[in-house]
Design a protein around this ligand. Structure first.
Ligand SMILES: [Zn+2]
Length: 227
């Protein structure tokens, strides 16, 4: 091989290397880019635009930068959490947006049954102590109307939870929610992924199978109605 050929090959290899590095950097930047409209309540046209690509049941939007943009996997699961508090949707928005908190959820439901959006469905919320689960799960925080004990949630919050789970399944093509009591089901709970939490508390945990059944009944009914 002549000296000229060797130089050409090295130039070519260097060019490929630079291109690969540039591609990797661009990919990383695009994945971690935090939208400009996080950290505040959304109103008007922006609120409508964001609501339009998430649950139509959403009444309040306060997107947080504490998330991974976009999520890494297709949505195939729902994970239920409790707030361990009785927060309003506004308070949840402020809490999730604290940078030192490093915590968030896709949705939250207050004790009156109102639904807030904090991380868009296309992005991964930091909720369940398990990035792998959250990459394929829509996570929901439910307010407690009993602090401690059974960590009860209001009937209004429970009803909204059924509506939201049904809507998430319908829009994301999840034909059935399965609660197996383990992380392999499509309905999961925070405590399946961490020994350090009781989340979502005894009350919601006792109703998990019932939630899956109720949602599946609605989804089946809707499919029959469309024929
Ligand atoms: Zn939790």
């Amino acid at each position: 091989m002549s000296r000229k050929e060797t130089v050409s090959i090295w130039i070519l290899l260097s060019a490929f290397f630079c291109l690969a590095v540039l591609t990797a950097v661009m990919w990383h930047v695009s994945r971690t880019e935090v939208p400009a409209y996080t950290g505040r309540e959304l109103t008007g046209v922006k609120k409508e635009e964001v609501a339009g690509r998430n649950s139509p049941l959403t009444e309040y939007i306060y997107l947080t930068p504490n998330a991974t943009f976009p999520r890494e996997d297709k949505i195939t699961k729902i994970t239920i959490h409790h707030m361990a508090a009785d927060l309003s949707l506004e308070e949840a928005g402020e809490l999730f947006s604290r940078t030192e908190g490093n915590a968030s959820a896709n949705y939250a439901i207050d004790s009156e049954g109102h639904i807030g959006l904090y991380v868009e469905e296309k992005d991964r919320a930091w909720t369940s102590s398990d990035p792998e689960n959250d990459a394929c799960a829509v996570t929901i925080e439910v307010a407690n109307d009993e602090i401690g004990g059974q960590w009860h949630v209001s009937d209004e919050a429970y009803a909204a939870l059924l509506d939201l789970c049904t809507d998430i399944c319908r829009r994301n093509g999840i034909r059935q929610l399965t609660f197996t009591g383990a992380a392999n089901g499509s309905l999961t709970m925070h405590r399946m992924f961490s020994d350090e939490t009781e989340c979502p508390g005894p009350y919601l945990e006792s109703r998990m199978a019932e939630i899956a059944d109720a949602v599946n009944e609605r989804l089946t009914q809707e499919r029959q109605d469309t024929f």
